[in-house]
Design a protein around this ligand. Structure first.
Ligand code: KG4
Ligand code: ZN
Length: 354
């Protein structure tokens, strides 16, 4: 990462680009060097959900083309809204991985080209690092160390965070991610993509006690997860039911939601206990789940654990979290890799080595 020389008291303007999956997102964050805090000046998210919905999931080739068409006009509009020219920016942050290779390449190529053309340093950001720092965008990050439950469409992990860029994975899924389990179960129920919000919508009208679904790994003496068995149980329940009535769909949605949430809550609290840590961050798309948010806050309170949740709009993919993470690097004077490229398989733990 390139060192940014600025006088104390001044602020840095970071433009961020996120294009790792099916959302094209851009944001500008103004960070204050005096205290490491700041604010989002302008942001935009263009969702491709409607384009991918007929296919029941994200089609990588279509995602890349949509990013390519959406990104340049979005950046122009963002700069206009923020009343900033390229010369007013101090850094460009971009999601460099993990994600879909073609989709990542659109953002990374754009960021590198713009950085070179305008003489602005470009900072590669790990998508999951963006998610796990997201509560800091609008609030304060808890003091280190804290535990983060990262739950998205592709990842489910428990991470011990000892500082910016210091991440230790202490538990993770052995197969499907929690979001993936929601998405696949929703598909079995004939619901639209992405399945998490759909399951949650139906669950509000359902009886969670109607179907007794497994809570995988709940009583195992470790912090790992496994959701593929739950998905299989949903498949057999749907098959045995024959024609699903509306009531059954709602009851099954509620039973799926409570099974996933039970496991996530119990393992997160165990992680805090094991690591002797009293602050828990929950981030990623599944952190938008209202039942998970309620359940965690309720159970943590009795154990004197404080739960930190990003604003709802910063749970799912966005560029504000990428801008914020990059600013934290600048502010903490941490240097990332000099030689880098889009890396669809970039592992969170590899950040620690850079
Ligand atoms: O973080 P994210 O936007 O993209 C990835 O990085 O994967 O997470 C998307 C995932 C999807 O699996 C989606 O179904 C899930 O988050 N999700 C939810 C909710 N909103 C999004 N899952 C459960 N309840 C929700 N309200
Ligand atoms: Zn994400």
């Amino acid at each position: 990462m390139i060192r940014l020389f600025r006088e104390e008291g001044s602020s840095l303007f970071v433009l961020a680009i996120e294009s790792s999956c099916d959302e094209t997102a851009v944001a500008i964050y103004q960070g204050e060097l005096i205290n490491g805090r700041g604010r989002i000046v302008a942001e935009r998210v263009a969702s491709q959900i409607a384009t991918h919905a007929p296919f029941g999931g994200v089609v990588p080739e279509i995602a890349s083309r949509e990013h390519l068409a959406a990104l340049p006009p979005m950046v122009d509009a963002l700069l206009g809204e923020a009343d900033l020219a390229w010369q007013g920016l101090d850094a460009i942050a971009v999601t460099a991985g993990p994600g879909l290779m073609g989709a990542l390449l659109v953002g990374v190529s754009y960021a590198k080209a713009a950085g070179m053309a305008h003489g602005i340093p470009v900072i590669p950001v790990h998508h999951m690092e963006g998610h796990l720092l997201a509560p800091g965008i609008t609030g304060d990050l808890p003091a280190f160390p804290f535990i983060t439950l990262l739950v998205s469409g592709g990842h489910t992990m428990l991470v011990r965070v000892d500082g910016i860029g210091q991440y230790h994975v202490i538990g993770q899924t052995l197969d499907d991610a929690a979001g993936e389990c929601f998405d696949k179960s929703a598909r079995l129920l004939g619901l639209a993509y992405p399945g998490g919000p759909e399951i949650s919508r139906l669950a509000a009208f359902g009886d969670a006690a109607r179907f007794d679904l497994p809570r995988p790994m709940l009583n195992k003496d470790n912090l790992n997860f496994s959701f593929s068995g739950l998905k299989t149980a949903v498949m057999y329940t749907v098959r045995n039911a024959g024609n699903l009535t509306k009531d059954m769909r709602c009851d099954l949605a509620a039973s799926i939601e409570i099974a996933v949430v039970d496991v996530l809550v119990k393992k997160s609290l165990c992680a805090c206990h094991q690591e002797n840590v009293t602050h828990l961050v929950v981030a990623g798309g599944v952190a938008a789940n209202r039942h998970l948010r309620r359940q965690l806050e309720g159970e943590a309170a009795g154990r004197e654990i404080t739960v930190h949740l990003p604003d709802l709009r910063y749970c799912t993919d966005n560029a504000a979290m990428i801008a914020y993470a990059a600013f934290q690097y600048c502010w903490s004077d941490i240097h990332g890799p000099v030689d880098w490229d889009a890396n669809p398989r970039w592992r969170l733990v590899d950040i620690n080595k850079s």
